[in-house]
Design a protein around this ligand. Structure first.
Ligand code: MTE
Ligand code: MO
Length: 367
């Protein structure tokens, strides 16, 4: 096994009736069962109910008692700070809708398939998060002049590359000081559920989900770049096992549609009645506002209507009426953001299966 813990499935199985890209393994199934995606029909709602929001838990959900839990802020600072959950809740609070997406969303569609959590397309959700901004807390602690990064460590740990490590990620001082970066203790008006990071998580709006460390227990200012597994090995755009590659940061532009009509049970292909069909979906980007969404009907693209974004760091909804006549169709949608980035028509393969934002394809039979 490579140092990235990424194995690749055989290209063809040759087994009739099976997908040609290689069987999903038992290990992938274990991960998929623990970490569910958002059912795409939940794209109807501005705010995703907590139970429908996607989940990604690398190791185990740690068992934490809020009474004894503390957040420690230390390292290269003038004053170390220790805070209880009540101390954090007593600080100024902000509530903000934020779209989170896992960097591996779309991974299982790649061929050969990078072996990790085998997401199809639902590793996304938008919750209303409540917490306190991080920057004032860092100012109170007083970062040393030679501090370069903040390391955020969760209470969960597991084996990576044969050694035990907690889940930990870093941000540069400049990234951590952004006003939208928060320590959050509530999701959709309720305390964080255990699976989403109870009692406290970091939230880094605009970034792929890996940056938003759950079950946060410590923030450490460091004077050298952090080299933990989740920072230095995982989450890089690579073409093979050897790095370094570019680090994964902000969310690439993407749009998804609410699957129209009704599904065929096993294939989940869609069955739609002929006549006007309201196609709807959501679009988002961590690189600027979504400025355009287009819908493709058998390769013919037309612009969709856009509603205002749900928040500065949250998706916006789109809609388009399609007058459907009997036949077989491939529907697609693609978004463009204010940086000029457009979702690609073809998948762009990379070794960890990261940032695959190819325009969605939906097979539809109109009857
Ligand atoms: N401590 C810790 N934080 C974590 C993770 C984890 O496994 N442990 N997973 C990360 C990843 S890869 C993602 S995509 C998001 C998922 O957040 P959610 O489960 O609340 O949707 O949490 C991030 N924070
Ligand atoms: Mo993720």
């Amino acid at each position: 096994m490579s140092k990235h813990n990424v194995k690749h499935a055989p290209e063809k199985t040759g087994i009739p009736g099976q997908p040609s890209e290689g069987l999903v393994t038992h290990e992938e199934l274990q991960l998929a069962g623990r970490n569910h995606s958002m059912p795409l029909e939940a794209l109807h709602d501005d705010i995703t109910p907590a139970g429908l929001h996607y989940l990604l838990i690398h190791f185990d959900i740690p068992h934490i008692s809020a009474d004894t839990w503390r957040l420690r802020l230390g390292g290269a600072v003038d004053r170390s700070i220790e805070l209880s959950l009540d101390d954090i809740k007593a600080r100024p609070s902000v509530t903000m809708p934020v779209t989170l997406e896992c960097a591996g969303n779309g991974r299982s569609l790649l061929q050969p398939r990078p072996m990790s959590q085998p997401w199809v397309l639902g590793a996304v959700g938008t919750a209303e998060w409540t917490g306190t901004p991080l920057a004032p807390l860092l100012e109170e602690a007083g970062l040393a002049s030679d501090a370069v990064e903040l390391v955020f460590t969760g209470a969960d740990s597991g084996i990576q590359n044969g050694a035990e490590e907690p889940y930990a990620r870093s941000l540069s001082v400049a990234e951590a000081m952004h006003p939208e970066v928060m320590l959050v203790y509530a999701m959709n008006g309720n305390p964080l559920p255990p699976q989403h990071g109870f009692p406290l998580r970091l939230l880094v709006p605009g970034w792929y989900g890996m940056a938003s460390v759950k079950w946060l227990t410590s923030i450490e200012a460091v004077t050298n770049r952090f080299e933990g597994f989740q920072q230095a090995v995982a989450y890089h755009y690579l073409q093979g096992a050897d790095g370094p590659g570019l680090p994964v940061t902000h969310i690439r532009v993407r749009s998804l549609m609410v699957p129209p009509g009704i599904p065929d049970f096993f294939t989940r292909n869609r069955i739609v009645e002929s006549g006007p069909v309201m196609l709807r979906g959501r679009a988002w980007s961590g690189h600027g506002e979504v400025e355009r969404v287009e819908v493709g009907i058998n390769g013919d693209w037309s612009p969709a209507h856009l509603d205002p974004p749900v928040g500065d760091f949250a998706w916006r909804s789109w809609s388009m009426v399609w007058v459907a006549s009997q036949g077989e169709y491939e529907l697609r949608c693609r978004a463009m953001d204010s940086s000029g980035a457009l979702q690609p028509s073809e998948q762009v393969w990379n070794y960890q299966g990261i940032g695959n934002n190819m325009a969605q394809k939906v097979q539809v039979t109109v009857r």
